[in-house]
Design a protein around this ligand. Sequence first.
Ligand SMILES: CC(=O)N[C@H]1[C@@H](OP(=O)(O)OP(=O)(O)OC[C@H]2O[C@@H](n3ccc(=O)[nH]c3=O)[C@H](O)[C@@H]2O)O[C@H](CO)[C@@H](O)[C@@H]1O
Length: 357
Amino acid sequence: MRLLIAASGTGGHLFPAIATATQLSNYEIEWLGVPDRLETQLVPQQYPLHTIGVQGFQERFGLGTLRTFTRLTGSILQVRRLLKQGNFQGVFSTGGYIAAPAILAARSLGLPVILHESNALPGKVTRLLSGWCDLVALGFDCSTQYLPKAKKTAIVGTPVRSGFLGETEPLPFSIPENAPLIVVVGGSQGAVAVNQLVRSSASAWFDTGAWVVHLTGTNDPHTDSLQHPQYLAMPFYDNMPALLKRANLAISRAGAGTLTELAVTRTPSILIPYPYAAEDHQTYNAKVFADAGAGLLLRQTDLTGEILKSKVSHLLKSPQQLQDMAIATANLAVLNSAEQLASAIAQVLNTEGKKNR
Ligand SMILES: CC(=O)N[C@H]1[C@@H](OP(=O)(O)OP(=O)(O)OC[C@H]2O[C@@H](n3ccc(=O)[nH]c3=O)[C@H](O)[C@@H]2O)O[C@H](CO)[C@@H](O)[C@@H]1O
């Protein structure tokens, strides 16, 4: 059976899709993305990648919206052609802009569609098109309330890269075994505002013996401005499973991908949602963790270096609180998410395939 996976843009959309694809080894998988995003680096070694041009929906009607809809129509036609020529039997998507043409093209051909939504507040495309999908699989159970039109939902958690679930390669850093480690991560692209707050506060943490591994992203012009023997800064790091497992605390944005990984690695967190994320959706994600006692939610607009310094210093002095947060974090993990999602996809494809025969 041939399956088209439409997943594009950021790590938060791509890693869950790749983890799910790995569990679908009986299927011939091809990928749909756009020409200039992360999928061009992550996908082609494993799956044939087809690209189309597609943009986000504008908030207000105007010329931009008209252009977007013209493009969307063009993209739907392109995906229809691809689905027909490639003889695909269904579509799986992890949402975002690429999902719109993929869902609409598949439905116009009568093909089954499975959509996975990792965010607590489902994205616009998911909310708009959930009724067109055979199954909407969800990372968080609170998301069902936003999808009254969905035909069928299932709570499966969000799949993580396989490295998170087994043995990990050791870290190549010489951090003493007993030193508390703080990992700073701003999503797949880094977070300049969080970086500045961390750099202005970190000396107090070093004084307690803590180390900091700071994943800065590539857009920060001041990454060299802090130098300390207990401080390691790098734009991006691949071995996140080992790094998060070793971390005693993460200071992080609240993208669904990172949160899921923190749950799997049982890492307590301070969460600073990206304030400009679409519809402030990261705050909804962070609230799930904060309400469960897994993380502290700090809003960037109210946050100063002094506040961050004192919250982290307090946690470093409170091993019991960190331990309680780690347990609460672990309770949010769905360790077999990729298997659950893959089996739900296979079930839909089988059922719908039989109907179409
Ligand atoms: C700015 C924005 O709108 N981001 C959204 C984007 O996620 P975005 O990709 O920005 O952030 P996520 O936290 O979801 O995922 C980041 C991924 O990158 C990985 N990573 C990060 C840094 C690094 O050095 N190495 C590394 O491997 C993390 O381990 C994680 O797997 O899609 C997610 C899923 O829809 C949303 O929840 C996020 O809100």
